[in-house]
Design a protein around this ligand. Sequence first.
Ligand SMILES: [Zn+2]
Length: 275
Amino acid sequence: MIERIFVFILGGCVGSFLNVCIWRIPQNLSVVKPRSYCPHCHAMIGWYHNIPLVSYWFLRRRCKNCGQPIAFTYFLVELITAFLFLILYVQYGFGLEFFKFGFLFSLLIVMSVIDIKYHALPETLALSGIAAGILFSAGETYVVVHDRFFFSSGTLPIIESFEGLVFGLGCMYLFKLCGDLGIRYYLKIRKKESVEGETEALGLGDVDFLGMIGVFLGIHLTVVTFFAAPFFALVYVLWALCLRKSHVLPYVPYLSAAAFFSFLWGQKVLEFCNL
Ligand SMILES: [Zn+2]
C-alpha cells in the first residue's frame, strides 16, 4: 500500500513537470530553468506553493501574488499523471515497461494539451518520442537476447517497434492523402472556399504521431488505436456540432485516448475479433 501511495505522489510530481513542459515548449523556453513562476505576474513560486495536487486547492485556485486564477488544467494534468503511474505500477511494478509506458503516456499528455491549446505541435516532440521508443525497444531486445537461448527474430521488441513505425507512418499518411483529396474535391464541387482555412484532413504531425505510437505499442495495438480514435473524436464532434463550436478538430487527444484504450484493452479487442 505504501508503495502505491509513493507511486501516486511520484506521478503527481511528474505531472507538475509536464505542466511546465506544456507551458514552455511551445514558447521555445527551457523546461529546466528558471524555477516555476506565475504566467501572469512572473513571480517565482516557492516550493511550499508548488506541491502537486495539493497547492491548487490550498491556494484557492489563485496565484498568491497577483490573485489571477490558476487554470484547472494544471490540477487535471497532475491528477491524470498520478493515476496513470499508479495503473502502470500495478501492472508492471518498477520494471523497464513502467518507465517505457510512463514516458510514452507522459508525452501523450503533453502533446494532447498543447494540441488542444494551439491546434499545432512542435515536430520535435513526436520525433523525440520515436527516438526514445527505439531506445527502450533496444533495451528490451537486449534483455530478451541475453536471457533466452532460443528466440525467433520476428518477435524481438526492436523488430516489432520498426514494424509498428512503418505501419503507423504509412497508414496515417494514406489516410491523410485520401482525406486531403476528399476535402479538395468537396470544395471544388461546392465551389466554395474553406471556412476556417482548412485544406488538409490531417497535419503531418498526426502522421509522425501514429508512427510514434507504432514504435511503443507494435503493429497490432496500433491498428486498434487507428480504428478506435474516430470513436473518441466522434464524442467531441457531436458536442461541437451541438454548441456550434469550431469544426477544426485537434486529433492528437483522441489518438492519445485511443492509444491508452488500446494499451489496456487492445489485446482483448483483437481476440474478440479473432485477429
Ligand atoms: Zn501571479
